[in-house]
Design a protein around this ligand. Structure first.
Ligand SMILES: C[S@@+](CC[C@H](N)C(=O)[O-])C[C@H]1O[C@@H](n2cnc3c(N)ncnc32)[C@H](O)[C@@H]1O
Length: 210
């Protein structure tokens, strides 16, 4: 299992909206004003690419975006998006196999790490950390069991989602990896933290200090 969403690419957005209404979308859209103009942006696991159109509403041009998606079907859908005058390089690879000399101003990983087992999460974190320039921002959104209240239904929903994706043979993870310690260890500063869907979705802007 390599977390490739090819099998459900055509239905992913509908499924997401059915279960989470627009919470997954809102959590990401609310972060986008942090992207500076004319910046270099790396998006890993962008799915069907709707985020490119949301970014283009804020920055209709001037951005250089590298869009790395392991699913060829997700990538094909993303390529059809209207990303205005931004320059987008589409890369059909797992982020762990993507190498670059570019130092990005912003890295986005929306609902990426919750697919990963610990080893891959650790590897991808270090890799993306090395691709982000000092002072750059990492926009991460994932599910969260941080807040104690109501954890039983979150736990149940999470289990059901992992079982569903396991049944389809897509996702390798069996449990959520808490990514906070990784950012802490590397000295990132939290610029903003927001919760959605009764605190089940956590969206954080981390700033790389050095
Ligand atoms: C849960 S979906 C989220 C999609 C999108 N971010 C959204 O919120 O609508 C995860 C996406 O990450 C992609 N993905 C999973 N593992 C990946 C990897 N190692 N490198 C790049 N993309 C990956 C999947 O193909 C899928 O499109």
């Amino acid at each position: 299992m390599n977390n490739n969403y090819d099998k459900i690419a055509n239905h992913y957005d509908t499924l997401s909206r059915l279960v989470f209404f627009k919470s997954q979308v809102n959590a990401q859209v609310d972060q986008l004003h942090h992207i500076p103009k004319n910046s270099e942006v790396l998006i890993a696991g962008g799915g069907t690419g709707w985020i490119l159109e949301e970014i283009a509403k804020i920055h209709p041009g001037g951005l250089k975006i590298v869009y790395v998606e392991i699913s060829a079907k997700m990538l094909a859908l993303s390529q059809k998006r209207d990303y205005k005058n931004n320059q987008v390089e589409f890369v059909n690879l797992g982020i762990e196999n993507f190498n670059t000399d570019v130092l990005f101003d912003v890295v986005l990983t929306p609902f990426l790490f919750d697919n990963f087992a610990e080893q891959r999460a650790a590897k991808v974190f270090e890799q993306l950390n090395s691709y982000l320039r000092g002072g750059g921002q990492w926009l991460i959104v994932d599910f969260s069991l941080d807040k104690g209240v109501g954890n039983w239904w979150k736990w149940l929903l999470l289990k059901s989602m992992y079982s569903f994706f396991k049944l389809l043979g897509i996702v390798e993870a069996n449990q959520l990896i808490d990514m906070d310690p990784y950012f802490l260890n590397r000295g990132y500063q939290i610029l903003e933290q927001r919760f959605y869907y009764r605190d089940f979705i956590k969206a954080v802007i981390h700033k790389k200090i050095k």
